[in-house]
Design a protein around this ligand. Sequence first.
Ligand code: UD1
Length: 448
Amino acid sequence: MEDTAININLAETRTISLEEQPFLEIQGRQELSGEVKISGAKNSALAIMAASLLCQDDCRLRNIPCLVDINRMSQLLQALGVKVQRNREILDINAVNIRSSQAPYEIVSRMRASFDIIGPLLTRLGVARVPLPGGCAIGARPVDLYLQGLQAMGANIQIESGGIVYACIPGNKGRLQGAKIYLNKPSVGATKTIMTAATLAEGETRIENAAQEPEIVDLANFCRQMGAQIKGAGTNTIIISGVERLHALDYSIIPDRIEAGTFLIAGAITRSDISLCPVIPEHLMPVIAKLNSIGCRVINEGSDRLRILPENLKAVDIETLPYPGFPTDMQAPFMALLSISEGNSIISETIFENRFRHVAELNRMGADIRVKGNHALIRGVSALSGAPVMATDLRASAALVVAGLAAEGTTIVRGLHHLDRGYENIESKLQKLGAKLQRVNSPNRQGN
Ligand code: UD1
């Protein structure tokens, strides 16, 4: 059995020029067939790893995907003094001794999800110092709702020089205090932060207008299995009764609904018959509903398998919304699909203000898409053609890969560091389905 300690390399800062970057070379228009294995959910795994800071015993996590973001979260936990060991898809975490309450800027600045440690760290140690995650390619992404929630529970919050959030439980209170908190947006990150902080608080916390995403339910199930008292996760009101201590557990992460949705689109865009397993079909309802509207057939084959069958594609309008609405993370890949669907579609992005950066790249491949404000008008074209394109964020990179699968000729996708954050072995999974693509490491990089 392979037993790998995670490598900490905070100094990996050298900028890599365009010529040095590895790229994906995709020969489009291949029909896909067969079944693809869906990995564990990245966003669940990251939140649950952060929440393992709450546990004063051993914590075993299963179905952890092998991704750059997961390595970064492991590095962050290790920097706090937590023991983390990876053995294939199992992660063993022991946070009995947390040596530091201060998260290193080098990691937090590179991954927004690392800010999720603030709730668990504060409630467990009474103090946390975490750098602000800052903006990112898809929008400003503030953390005001996270911090207001912690303040409502009695935390003192200050922003120190250098943009470091210093949070502490003041005086002799010892524990955060339960509170009634209304979120003016159903933020996933704020809901996770308040819910985890409340598990060890004194008294009852009630989160109104909470996020209802499946990853929130997974996080609540993880916390409950450690002994936390949480009711209502998956609805818009979550009630947490604080306990004094949480105990050891062995927990398996849910399958990744965004990876699964991306493969459904890969099937639809190449007019192929493919199956996906394991999945939780209910988590994909909003995506399946839109696939049905554009004319695709998606069939449930048992409780954890979906199959998509080739059909002609027609236009549909989409508005991204909090769960159970259409997920913003599927917006870019779905736009690639609509770009070759017959008729005019409108996509309205209501969650993030700058999430159309893939449009210019899809247009480079022959798509006809125009953006006005938070709306994109997509005029379906008969075919895309291969081109060199640049991924600008994680889900934009997936959009370009699926577009490349459908395009005539060769597509070169650069910016793979985005793709590697969220898609485990995407090229080998697609190759097994019959796609023709390969990762090319630039000759300039070989031997480095
Ligand atoms: C999470 C997911 C991300 C997904 C998003 C929405 C992870 C690691 N990331 O991101 O993939 O696209 O949910 O489903 O799980 N907001 C505020 N103030 C806050 C917090 C959020 O105004 O304090 C705003 C954001 O700017 C955004 C909206 O609320 O416009 C939704 O953000 P949120 O649900 O918090 O998304 P994340 O947790 O960042």
